[in-house]
Write a protein that binds this ligand. Structure first.
Ligand code: ATP
Ligand code: MG
Length: 409
């Protein structure tokens, strides 16, 4: 296991808090990621100082009062933001999602006990080293996601943790501690307490993991996407894993998962989950076009098909379509990769795929005597089709000659 090297800002803020007599640590994801040898995205701090004491120590100008009643102040330092939360325990969770009240406490160990998983329940500072009351470091070493305390109680408190369990396990490729997994599945009906926005956030993060299929639990998915039948989920799993990982290509993973629902069904699910419009549109295009998958086309027409797609969609979409095709038909993966490469080449070379790339425009055609109106647009599209099919050169005189014939016919 790696040693923890605090980032400069976190170290400076901890030193300042210690100097003022408070206990303070880096906590949660940054400690976990450091121990894994990964670079933390952000450094969260926890401290015995109350929010108003943090504000007084750093000055209100340097702080954002993120959630004072929950003890959270965000400190701006060196161009970065550090979420700093007072050690706290949480009261009852009557809504299955949020604590009714929080209590500030003096001891970091009490604060760690309210956290979700052992690997997320560690704190660190240079003076005391690692504070790890629940065996988080050992679970990291063994690759296990385990709830802090009694799993059923923890999932009953906050059902969002059920999805976080699969999300973190998928991110790191960890196994799920059996009692923790059993409790998550047994209590998955409680997910109805969780807002769709949070469900979408967790599911998207899960889907962006390197190989999420093993973590797409049938019982859990049935609660959050009831439209997806168990056989359809089983069939989608290998396709999902074969798609590119990462948030950038998330629509490809969504398309792989929801493909069986068709374009309309896919839109309906993503809309209900309140995915962004961009994500919904991109996923819908992939689902729609994947049914006309290129692999089934005759090989000589590949370039035509790719040019037609580039006429309708941007390069990234066409490449995602190829990635989805390869995931759906792994034995043709090389063909799809070649198609993606061809699309990039055509795009880089500025090869004509759209009316706007023709060597003539509507005004040229009118000047050549073709009347304005819908016929003009149809003539331009016929010219494009002929150019894309390689029947006509994209040169001004060729196009003008052909336009005369097309519009006369
Ligand atoms: P990421 O890299 O995804 O941000 P993270 O561990 O920082 O991972 P956050 O959601 O940012 O995850 O939460 C920060 C910390 O707060 C967690 O590590 C965990 O200790 C605690 N935490 C967050 N959400 C919950 C929750 N719902 N229940 C209990 N503890 C939680
Ligand atoms: Mg975080």
């Amino acid at each position: 296991m790696q040693n923890i090297r605090l980032d400069a800002g976190a170290a400076a803020l901890l030193a300042r808090l210690h100097g003022a007599g408070y206990a303070a640590y880096a906590v949660g994801g940054c400690v976990r990621d450091s121990l894994l040898g990964r670079t933390p995205q952000d450094w969260d701090l926890c401290t015995s100082a109350r929010p108003e004491q943090v504000l007084a120590l750093f000055g209100e100008g340097q702080c954002i009062p993120t959630g004072l009643q929950h003890g959270t102040v965000t400190i701006k330092y060196g161009g970065q933001l550090y979420e700093t939360t007072t050690f706290r325990t949480e009261g009852a969770y009557t809504d299955g999602r949020h604590p009714d009240e929080v209590h500030f406490v003096p001891d970091v160990r009490q604060d760690l006990a309210r956290r979700d998983f052992t690997i997320n329940a560690m704190a660190y500072n240079d003076a005391e080293g690692l504070i790890d009351p629940f065996g988080g470091q050992q679970d990291l070493q063994q690759g296990i996601l385990r709830a802090v305390g009694d799993p059923a109680t923890r999932f009953e408190e906050d059902a969002l943790r059920i999805l976080r369990l699969y999300r973190f396990a998928a991110r790191f490729g960890f196994a799920i501690d059996p009692p923790t997994g059993q409790a998550a599945r047994a209590l998955c009906a409680h997910l109805d307490c969780v807002s769709v926005e949070r469900i979408e956030e967790e599911l998207s993060k899960l889907l962006a993991a390197p190989a999420p299929a093993a973590y797409l639990d049938e019982k859990i998915l049935k609660v959050i996407i009831p439209e997806l039948s168990a056989p359809a989920l089983q069939a989608a799993k290998p396709v999902v894993d074969a798609c590119p990982a990462g948030t950038e290509d998330l629509p490809v993973r969504w398309a792989a998962l929801l493909m069986s629902l068709g374009e309309d069904g896919t839109r309906k699910v993503l809309k209900r989950l309140r995915c962004s419009n961009a994500c919904i549109e991109q996923t819908a295009v992939l689902v729609r076009e994947a049914f006309a998958a290129p692999g089934q086309d005759a090989a000589p027409d590949t370039a035509i098909r790719i040019r037609k797609l580039l006429g309708r969609y941007d390069l990234h979409t066409v490449q995602r379509l190829a990635a989805l095709g390869a995931a759906m038909e792994p034995e043709q993966a090389a063909d799809f990769a070649a198609q993606a490469e061809l699309a990039a080449q055509l795009d880089a070379d500025g090869v004509c795929c759209r009316v706007s790339q023709l060597a003539v425009n509507g005004r040229d055609l009118m000047a050549a005597g073709i009347p304005a109106g819908p016929g003009l647009r149809r003539t331009l599209e016929a010219l494009l089709d002929a150019v894309v099919r390689g029947q006509l050169l994209n040169e001004r005189q060729c196009l003008l000659d052909a336009a005369g014939q097309i519009s006369a016919s």
